[in-house]
Design a protein around this ligand. Sequence first.
Ligand SMILES: Cc1ncc(COP(=O)(O)O)c(C=O)c1O
Length: 425
Amino acid sequence: MHGENKKQWWKSVLPECQPQTRVLSAGYDPELSEMSVKVPIFPTSTFLFKTAEEGERFFYLQNHPEARGDGAELGLIYSRMNNPNMEIVEDKLMVFEPGAEAAAVLPSGMSAISTMCLALLKPGDVIIYSFPIYGATEHLFEDVLSKFGIKAQAVFSSDPEEYQQAIEKHKGHVAMLFIETPANPSIVHTDIAAIAELAKKYEKSNGRILVAVDNTFMGPVFQHCFPLGADLVVYSATKFIGGHSDLIGGFVVGKKSEMTKVKSYRSVLGPTTDPFCCWLIARSLETVDIRMRKSSENAMLVAEFLKDHPKVAKVIYSGLLEKSDPQYAIYKKQCCGPGALISFNIKGGKAEAFRVLNNVRVCRLAVSLGGTETLISHPRQMTHQNLPEEMCRKVGLTDSLIRISVGLEDPRDIIADLDQALAKM
Ligand SMILES: Cc1ncc(COP(=O)(O)O)c(C=O)c1O
């Protein structure tokens, strides 16, 4: 049994160890599962109550979050509300999130973002967001939330002054600043601490402003947002956290006050992550650190190769930022590694870019990122196809841009593959 009966021995046994050690045991007590070393899967939709009184109490605690204390944890009732595999994977992610108080697993990155927004925003609120941003996130903010009376305003630069202007414009109504950093696919870093400071500064004149960060590109290994002042973090666990391009998942992470609402909305709206998917993500979290570090090492080599290539006009990679670039200081302040995402402009347009994409043999021509294999795509005509041309032009999202998510192949093979594909340009 988990839920109320979870003993949480792992919390007392290993508190002083490093995250990579703790993640192996976090969230799971073998004594509760026949001493199985590895986490079992609990494919059940419902849970037995020992007595009717217990069932009544579990429902009371489910319906009255304020009555839950440390000694009165939520019992297991029904798998749309909770399941041991959901709890285990949430506890494992928490190992990598210093400063966070709770995590909620969701069946996709988009369900994490949409559930968070529906739980924490209300009609009349304004959400200010960084642009460029993942295409579906923009669609959610601009076209879906507007149906519920929530306004969205994009900021086209990482300059905090532009965020300040946007807050001034909507003062009194701003409820959330949502930043994707680094951004997809421009790899532009936004200063999380500066944005959090801005939110604080306007608390009196505007009311509380939540700072939410999409940490999919760098987290949970290279970027930790809570010590920088973020209130919420969202992930597409489909990417580095899942790490094998074989599942779709997501997380919202934050303080108890916000996460209680997010979990309550998750129960009501119904985006449930099935036990097997939770189990797969939990298993992947055991290797996320080693996978992200290796793919980042490989990406550095690939970026250096691309930088010197005669057919490449520009390489955008955090590991290549010059000290004189204002982005360098932000990157150094908030990231402890450059990650696996590289964007580069070829000397040409759509036809030349497509020729490169159509000639790769080791890299896989597919969207998404963070898998064991190297993925290569054309953001403007694929993930960001639906975005207005004017918005894209403002941030350099053009037809000459190719994005690579570097995987775990031998880097020499990735480089040789890109070299032969670029030769066919
Ligand atoms: C930065 C970022 N956030 C969110 C998402 C959405 O995640 P999912 O596809 O898991 O819903 C993606 C997907 O590519 C992404 O790249």
